[in-house]
Design a protein around this ligand. Structure first.
Ligand code: AHR
Length: 503
């Protein structure tokens, strides 16, 4: 950490140990894998790959997922789930049907289904958040899947699971009741009233099988559809007694004809507003119902997403298709950091989150079929969130110079902080999304004496730089020295993780 310089822009940041936002949900930095593009096939699963294990899973990919310590993975969709028959993916592999998959217009071979995916999740040390089909299927199919997964035995579905090689129930806890049912693109898209009724009846059946499950109802796919936020209000009115969480999804695209680079980098402010609106909708229904129950938020799809081109006809009806393979820039990594920090700053209500997605499809990890892997630019901030955002989220009280953006005035630095009483570690996430070098003065109060133990810097000033297979380490974390002092100079376009530990 360097000394501040007088003629720099100034920001003061005060953090107090007792100035808490809320406890960070253990699954806040989960992820998502869909049967889409090369996420599963040639992503996590490639039996002919030199690193493949006996189940066909790539060890090189599993190593990277373990490095991140992803706590939970949403599966199997996404849009895919709304036309998925989960029973296609169980039992003898050679007998599984090849199906036309209509969400992404592919051929689904069903080589990977819930039992294989559960093996992979065990391999990487992650839990699974299954999503059930509310498009072409309904309460019965969802209840059957839950019985297959979580019921101990002695019934048709639970015994089938045991016959298929899994004796003990999986006991998956978190269940997504459909995906983006507000979106006209969704297979089996429904009006809010119809979805709300269907979701409530589905959860009712599921709870009778396993009263411990937590249900996530499908909220708005983003704040841009005309149905937002009425969708959320209506769905919650109809499901309030059954739901535990409502989902939110948000992606940002950098299209210079639509948004300046500086505004793109501040789009986390838009995400912040979106979260606040969904909280308001949920709490409106709480008040209307005179309920003591508070609905939490599951931000179970978030990322940067640039490739919105129609599916290349040469990729239609293939089994393995390279679609949505965005190559992220340093600029993307900066906004990604801001989005991640926004989740921390709403830790009181956003208890679950899933980065969409994990491998090859708008993902931090890219693979070559038969070849190697790379860590995309966004891998690094995601690593920081997964590994270090633990314990309580703390308020960051920021004062000083501001910058004007299309979302209103913003602090020059964006910050988030967490304190984990168990490890005694305080972690500070810092983003400078501007071209200014900023002198940061840091005041930490009420902590036992803290000493700096880690400073990871992601230098993104070459905004268009990417990590590629030819040059995989253009944007990586650099370890900075951790000399004491409360002045830190924050270079332009950079993301930082500063860790402190109680003596
Ligand atoms: O993550 C890619 C897609 O984005 C998902 O399938 C869908 O839910 C969302 O629109």
């Amino acid at each position: 950490m360097q000394k501040g310089i007088d003629n720099m822009k100034q920001v003061a940041l005060a953090i107090e140990k007792e100035d808490k936002i809320g406890e960070i949900g253990e699954n806040l930095f989960g992820s998502f894998l869909e049967h889409l593009g090369r996420a599963i096939y040639t992503g996590i699963y490639e039996p002919d790959h030199p690193s493949a294990d006996q189940d066909g899973f790539r060890a090189d990919v599993a190593d990277l997922v373990r490095e991140l310590k992803v706590p939970i993975v949403r599966y199997p969709g996404g849009n895919f789930v709304s036309g998925y028959r989960w029973t296609d993916g169980i039992g003898e592999k050679s007998k599984r049907p090849r199906r036309l998959e209509l969400a992404w217009q592919a051929i689904e071979t069903n080589e990977v289904g819930i039992d294989e995916f559960a093996k992979w999740a065990e391999l990487v040390g992650a839990d699974i958040m299954p999503a059930v089909n509310m498009g072409t299927a309904g309460p019965q199919e969802a209840a059957d899947l839950l019985e297959y997964c979580n019921f101990p035995g002695g019934t048709y579905w639970s015994d089938l699971r045991r016959e298929n090689g899994r004796e003990k129930p999986y006991n998956f806890r978190y269940w997504c009741i459909g995906n983006e049912m507000d979106g006209p693109w969704q297979i089996g898209h429904l009006p809010a009233e119809a979805y709300g009724h269907k979701a409530a009846e589905t959860i009712k059946m599921m709870r009778r099988i396993d009263p411990e499950i937590k249900a996530i109802v499908a909220g708005s796919s983003g704040p841009y559809l005309p149905t937002f936020p009425e969708w959320d209000r209506t769905v919650l009115e109809l499901t309030y007694d059954w739901a535990d969480y409502i989902s939110l999804h948000r992606y940002y695209d950098y299209d210079p004809s639509q948004i300046s680079s500086d505004d793109f980098l501040h789009s986390y402010l838009d995400m912040d507003r979106f979260i606040a609106s969904v909280v308001a909708a949920a709490d409106y229904v709480k008040a209307q119902k005179r309920s003591s129950k508070t609905i939490m938020l599951s931000f179970d799809e978030w990322n940067i997403w640039h490739s919105h081109d129609p599916i290349d006809p040469s990729h239609q009806w293939a089994t393995i298709r390279p679609i949505l393979e965005d190559h992220f820039t340093a600029r993307d990594a900066l906004l990604f950091s801001g989005m991640m920090m926004t989740l921390i700053n709403h830790a009181d209500r956003v208890k679950m989150g899933c980065l969409a997605q994990l491998v090859n499809v708008i993902a931090p990890i890219m693979t070559k079929p038969g070849g190697g892997t790379i860590k995309q630019t966004v891998f690094y901030p995601y690593f920081a969130g997964c590994r270090y955002a633990k314990g309580e989220a703390l308020h960051c009280r920021v004062s000083g110079d501001k910058v004007s953006t299309r979302y209103g005035d913003a602090d020059l630095l964006y910050t988030a902080a967490t304190f984990d009483a168990q490890s005694g570690e305080m972690n500070l996430f810092l983003l400078n999304p501007t071209a200014e070098t900023v002198a940061l003065e840091l005041t930490l109060a009420q902590f036992d004496e803290l000493k700096p133990v880690r400073h990871l810097l992601l230098d993104c000033k070459e905004l268009d730089q990417k990590n590629t297979f030819e040059s995989p380490d253009s944007i990586v974390f650099k370890e900075e020295s951790v000399a004491g002092g409360n002045q830190v100079s924050i270079p332009p376009y950079s993301f930082h993780l500063l860790s402190f530990k109680a003596n």
